[in-house]
Design a protein around this ligand. Structure first.
Ligand code: ADP
Length: 193
């Protein structure tokens, strides 16, 4: 299916997992800015070192860096027939940048999927993941800061996409399978409306 999607939701809402599942069923690439930053950090290259100096503190990587990285990724051939952005845009200035990137290619976002989850639940999940995966940004202080930033910087974009009439809210609090099913069915219902 040729569809251009954004997946948004607080840290720990399960975006990465759901992005993979949904993209597999739709046959489009999942483009996760957080995962791209982590891959560069693992490789120890310049972008990775720069990104990690922000991600390890739970701060956003500067917009110029993130926007450029996304523009390059969206220009790759596999993204021509649709994609799902996970973790981007994350503030209003990134929304404006994405609008102009898409405008240049005559495309637009079809739907913005928002995983709704409450703060206490996501903190518990992230602390659990910290024990398993050892991500540098999964300490309690950094987690709380990432959630604060989500409310302050990312939530305004949820309202904006709601005003644009392309927001699809999905409860992110069930099991992986039930959330995945809800995402697919609510997306299909929205797209065929
Ligand atoms: P989570 O949503 O659980 O915080 P992500 O993997 O989406 O995890 O992001 C991890 C970190 O990568 C963020 O805390 C931030 O530092 C950085 N990052 C990811 N996407 C962006 C973005 N669009 N703009 C700026 N920084 C970003």
């Amino acid at each position: 299916m040729s569809v251009r999607l954004i997946l948004v939701g607080p840290p720990g809402a399960g975006k990465g997992t759901q992005a993979e599942l949904l993209c597999e069923s739709l046959g489009i690439p999942a483009i996760s800015t957080g995962a791209i930053f982590r891959a560069h950090a693992q490789a120890g290259d310049e972008l990775g070192q720069l990104a990690e100096s922000y991600t390890s503190r739970g701060e956003l990587v500067p917009d110029e860096v993130t926007n450029k990285m996304v523009a390059v990724r969206l220009a790759e051939p596999d993204a021509a027939g649709g994609f799902l952005l996970d973790g981007y845009p994350r503030n209003l200035s990134q929304v404006a940048e994405l609008d102009s990137m898409l405008g240049e290619s005559g495309n637009q976002i079809d739907a913005v999927l928002c995983l709704v989850a409450d703060d206490d639940e996501v903190v518990q999940r992230l602390l659990g993941r910290a024990a398993e995966q050892g991500r540098v940004d999964d300490t309690e202080t950094v987690i709380r800061h990432r959630i604060e930033l989500y409310h302050a910087q990312t939530e305004p974009l949820v309202s904006l996409y709601r005003e644009r009439g392309i927001l699809v809210e999905v409860n992110g609090m069930g099991s992986i399978e039930s959330v995945a099913q809800n995402l697919v069915s609510e997306l299909k219902a929205f797209l065929t409306k």
